[in-house]
Write a protein that binds this ligand. Structure first.
Ligand SMILES: Nc1nc2c(c(=O)[nH]1)N[C@H]1C(S)=C(S)[C@@H](COP(=O)(O)OP(=O)(O)OC[C@H]3O[C@@H](n4cnc5c(=O)[nH]c(N)nc54)[C@H](O)[C@@H]3O)O[C@H]1N2
Ligand SMILES: Nc1nc2c(c(=O)[nH]1)N[C@H]1C(S)=C(S)[C@@H](COP(=O)(O)OP(=O)(O)OC[C@H]3O[C@@H](n4cnc5c(=O)[nH]c(N)nc54)[C@H](O)[C@@H]3O)O[C@H]1N2
Ligand code: SF4
Ligand SMILES: [Mo]
Length: 702
């Protein structure tokens, strides 16, 4: 027998590479990049190429489980659904709808979140619907909203080949999105494009940079302001032209006087000449494309980092023309789809806002409910949901496709909060994970290729990911589990679906006329084919590669906003007791909390254990040698790892990967989030994973 090959889209990062899946005898046996796909043209990274091994990994959930006493025991679907729905109803009756919350992952399908939004925001009457997008892209979304008036990424990957300058800040794309890195590297080799990288570490990405600005963590706003200062000072801003499409030019010119490169050099630790050199490269660029990622978003000034970056594009006219503009890469496979279907507690489907009365009315009318059913104020962010579990204001939490006990900051505080829930429902594909270990009810989910639905990639491309194989045992698609629970809660006629396609067809009506318009999309149009870039308002419409090409933006005056943003210090700063800055981030071999990649030996062997990147000068101060295990402690807890001595990281800063937890090892102390800080950016409520004040302890004195 030979394999049949099926077209799909990668389930890992938000690039949306086209993949071909080889299926034989009901199993995935092979995988390849799809040749001719506009994103990756056959290219593939280590995560995707190991997918077949992940399908044969141990630990798949096949039956629902329920906690009786201290033990999780298998049970029937009927029992599990009845248990969950009756407990939810009791809690709502006793404490009100605001006592329950949903927290899902950014690779949930758009269809999953449409159903959850309808159930929670429309029928139960609480806006407590959150997504791991809160940890990932909520600051990018808030940055776009304030600068251009909508969470609408304007550029596309084809801009990479048209650009002559890349400004890559807080983004280690060589590791996190290798396919984009390959395209950027090739654009440098083939077209002579220049690269500026801003990162406290000399990362794999920084190694191909023409200019590496190795700043102290958390200082990007000061850097971006100084770059803008030099652009004005040295005559690179064509004021008459800029004023046509941007507001706030005079104010920002005045404001930036406070940020000469000499001042930014002190704050960032980056030499003044290098800042000026980078500003001149930006000023001279014909087409600059900016990339930024978690070095920006994982910060208490994340939205300001986004705004000051966009200022650079606006001031130099690098906006909304081929090769120019902000190219916002998303973290997980559906991080943009989730934002557009309204998976955060301040959003409604179709790029609508809870706080907007007209948006609530449009949504309520569509769902055939009184507008009062939709609460007029946003629900809680995930950190505030955990706070609510601690205080008793939240009593029930339903987790689906995310692993908060591993991925949220300040693990002990998170675990205590999750343990206080009267009912913690966890819907996952594997057990144990750090979160399933705490669950009262575990619901076994079908994974990618075992169910059908849509993802939307970073460049607004909607793709169909189809079912090719059966889920193991009794596992069900997330959307099916959601509609079963909705029906058991009494909403039979509102949730009559039998397929995800019916859900998509209903949702798409809420996108008509919006920037995320999907009116021209059907499953049939996507099946087996390359996805389409949104908006796509009609069935014969080819899709939209770039937005706002007429330089009109969806703000009241039609112009983009130049925003003066002050540099402020991180929530926690170093002190004599905690003198070192900790940053965290990714490795090529693992994905997020490692529940999938940690079960694949070939990937585990590449990155088997936790480590601490430390500058040799710091290591000398603490008498630490390479390989020895050291302990890192903050006000919140401690984590251990092998010391990895490298001058790629600046003195005074250490780096620990974000992947290791305790579910797959016997070690309780390898999880970096035991140490990280839950403080968040007040504008986006995104936590500061990339700055904690810590101390280093040598464990073995020789
Ligand atoms: N292999 C792999 N790929 C992935 C993932 C994975 O887990 N593994 N996860 C996916 C997801 S969900 C996401 S969100 C993306 C994230 O992708 P990235 O954001 O590229 O990855 P990170 O390593 O979290 O952070 C990027 C860089 O920010 C730097 N940094 C830290 N603090 C600062 C700062 O203050 N300023 C600046 N300028 N830089 C700073 C770090 O040194 C790091 O090199 O990756 C996606 N792709
Ligand atoms: N210190 C530190 N912490 C971080 C970060 C950091 O850089 N540093 N990065 C943050 C970022 S950007 C992100 S996006 C988050 C990610 O944090 P999480 O969302 O917690 O990470 P994942 O490991 O992707 O979790 C996905 C879960 O869903 C399960 N799963 C996979 N497929 C399916 C499915 O089809 N259905 C269901 N129901 N379950 C499924 C997996 O087994 C896994 O348990 O972590 C954040 N945490
Ligand atoms: S770059 Fe991202 S989308 Fe592409 S193959 Fe790798 S993980 Fe998948
Ligand atoms: Mo992410």
């Amino acid at each position: 027998m030979s394999a049949t090959w099926n077209k799909t889209t990668c389930p890992y990062c938000g690039i949306g590479c086209g993949l071909m899946v080889g299926v034989e005898a009901g199993a995935i046996i092979d995988i390849a990049g799809m040749k001719g796909h506009p994103v990756n043209n056959g290219d593939i990274c280590a995560l995707a190429s190991n997918i077949p091994l992940m399908f044969s990994a141990e630990g798949r959930l096949t039956r629902p489980m329920i906690r009786r006493g201290n033990k999780l025991e298998t049970t029937t679907w009927d029992d599990a659904i009845t248990n969950v729905s009756s407990k939810f109803k009791n809690i709502i009756n006793n404490y009100g709808p605001g006592a329950i919350a949903f927290y899902g992952g950014a690779s949930n399908l758009t269809e999953d979140y449409y159903l959850i939004n309808k159930l929670f925001k429309g029928f139960i009457g609480t806006n407590n619907v959150e997504c791991s997008t809160r940890l990932c892209m909520s600051s990018t979304a808030a940055g776009f909203l304030s600068t251009i008036g909508a969470d609408a990424p304007p550029t596309c990957y084809d801009d990479i080949e048209q650009a002559d300058l890349f400004y890559i800040a807080g983004n280690n794309m060589a590791v996190s999105t290798p396919i984009i890195f390959h395209r950027v590297r090739d654009a440098k080799e083939n077209n002579g494009a220049k690269i500026i990288v801003v990162d406290p570490r000399r990362t794999e990405t920084a190694q191909i940079a023409d200019i590496h600005l190795q700043i102290k963590p958390g200082t990007d706003v000061a850097l971006n302001n100084a770059l803008a200062h030099v652009l004005f000072r040295d005559g690179f801003v064509k004021k008459d032209g800029v004023e046509i499409y941007a507001s706030g030019l005079c104010d920002i010119n005045q404001f930036l006087l406070k940020y000469p490169p000499s001042a930014a050099a002190v704050i960032t630790g980056c030499p003044e000449e290098k800042i000026v050199e980078a500003a001149h490269a930006i000023g001279h660029a014909r087409a600059m494309l900016t990339f930024w990622f978690q070095g920006y978003n994982h910060s208490t000034q994340a939205v300001f980092k986004n705004n000051t970056l966009h200022n650079l594009s606006i001031l130099t006219g690098n906006l909304c023309r081929p090769g120019a503009g902000p190219l916002s890469i998303t973290g997980e496979a559906n991080t943009l789809g989730n934002r557009w279907v309204g998976a955060l507690s301040h959003l409604l489907p179709g790029m609508r806002q809870i706080a907007n009365a007209a948006h609530r009315k449009e949504t309520a009318d569509y769902w055939g409910i009184p507008v009062e059913n939709i609460q007029p104020t946003p629900g809680r962010s995930i950190i505030d949901i955990i706070q609510g579990l601690h205080s008793g204001d939240i009593r029930a939490l339903w987790v689906c496709n995310t692993n908060p006990a591993a991925s949220l900051p300040n693990t002990k505080w998170i675990e205590e909060g999750l343990s206080k829930a009267e009912i913690l429902v966890v819907q996952d594909i594997f057990h144990p994970t750090e979160t399933t270990m705490l669950a009262d009810v575990i619901l076994p989910a079908a994974q990618w290729s075992e169910k059908t639905g849509t993802f939307i990639s970073s460049e607004r491309r909607i793709e169909l990911v189809e079912k090719f194989i059966e889920p193991p045992g009794e596992a069900k698609a997330d959307y099916e589990i959601i509609w079963l629970i909705a029906r058991a809660m009494g909403y039979e006629k509102e949730f009559p679906y039998t397929t995800s396609e019916e859900v998509f067809e209903e949702f798409k009506g809420l996108t008509s006329g919006r920037i995320c318009d999907m009116a021209g999309i059907t499953y049939e149009r996507l099946r087996g084919k390359i996805g389409i870039q949104l908006p796509c308002p009609a069935i014969e419409h080819p899709g939209t590669p770039r937005l706002f090409t007429d330089m009109r933006f969806p703000r009241a005056d039609g112009r983009a906003a130049l925003l003066p943003r002050e540099y402020i210090e991180p929530a926690e700063t170093i002190s004599p007791e905690y003198p070192i800055i900790l940053i965290t981030g990714r490795l090529s071999a693992h994905f997020n909390t490692r529940t999938r990649t940690g079960r694949v030996n070939r990937l585990n062997n590449l990155a088997p254990d936790n480590f601490v990147e430390i500058n040799p000068e710091d290591a000398k101060d603490y008498n630490i040698s390479g390989g020895e295990i050291i302990e890192i402690t903050s006000l919140r807890g401690s984590v251990r790892g092998h010391a990895l001595l490298t001058d790629k990281i600046i003195k005074g800063t250490i780096f620990i990967p974000s992947h290791y937890g305790k579910a797959l090892t016997a070690d309780e102390d390898k999880q970096v989030n035991l140490v990280t800080n839950q403080a968040y950016d007040i504008h986006s409520k995104q936590p500061e994973f990339k700055y904690s004040a810590v101390k280093i302890t040598k464990l073995l004195w020789t």
